[in-house]
Design a protein around this ligand. Structure first.
Ligand SMILES: O=C(O)CCC(=O)C(=O)O
Ligand SMILES: [Fe+2]
Length: 225
């Protein structure tokens, strides 16, 4: 049995070790660059996917998309207006990509949640939020059984967006315009394994065109066994 998960709001030795090993692995990869922001660990790989993979993932998203949901009860219906879908991790098309992301970060695949495809049409957005969990929220007791705190986030960008749709970290001070084939990864924790509020981020509204991305969140412990 997995050991109990750590308090999500406090420093954690397990999450600190996890954070550091992933950051070191990414920093050592010549295909990966680190964004020059001091308050958060943000990395990117410009050519992680092939064009054929981008196309196949876009097709999957178009086939299965439905209105996106949120774990927290955001009172504002405009909060997350994209459409999304879970991607079957064991399907022959998804599994190699899923495992390549885990390998890039050096995280065992069971720590990763199912990849989630997202599509934003003009006007659609995902307002500023943190990916990490808070212990005072109604969802938290369930999360203790499902791998605990979210540590790293990886995002795949699948297409060129005519206008808008950047991923914006207003507090860390970085804005990432979508570009096909790119993987972006950031650590939602500080080096001590506590949540890093500077990772606040937003999927800014698409103003022209359509944006397709895939998000994958990694947990401190296995998400499935
Ligand atoms: O679409 C984006 O740029 C951000 C998506 C995001 O923050 C998420 O899926 O958690
Ligand atoms: Fe997010």
């Amino acid at each position: 049995m997995a050991r109990p998960v750590d308090n999500p709001d406090l420093p954690s030795r397990a999450r600190a070790a996890f954070s550091q090993s992933v950051a070191e692995r990414l920093a050592a990869n010549p295909a990966v660059a680190q964004a020059k922001v001091p308050s958060a660990q943000v990395f990117y790989h410009l050519d992680f996917l092939t064009d054929a993979e981008c196309e196949a993932l876009i097709k999957l998203i178009d086939r299965h998309r439905r209105p996106s949901t949120l774990l927290s009860d955001a009172p504002d219906p405009e909060y997350r207006t994209s459409e999304s879908c879970d991607m079957d991790r064991f399907s022959p098309m998804v599994q190699p990509i899923d495992e390549r992301i885990a390998d890039l970060l050096g995280i065992a695949p069971p720590h990763g949640e199912t990849m989630q495809g997202q599509r934003y049409a003009p006007g659609q957005q995902f307002r500023a939020h943190h990916d990490y969990f808070r212990g005072d929220q109604p969802y938290w007791p369930r999360m203790t059984q499902e791998g605990g705190q979210r540590t790293w986030t990886a995002m795949l960008y699948l297409n060129e967006v005519e206008e808008g749709g950047a991923t914006w970290f207003p507090q860390a001070g970085i804005k990432i315009p979508p570009r096909p084939r790119m993987l972006l990864a950031w650590n939602n924790m500080k080096p001590d394994g506590s949540p890093n509020p500077m990772t606040l981020h937003e999927g800014t509204a698409v103003t022209k065109g359509t944006k397709y991305v895939v998000t994958k969140w990694f947990r401190e412990q296995p998400w499935y066994l």
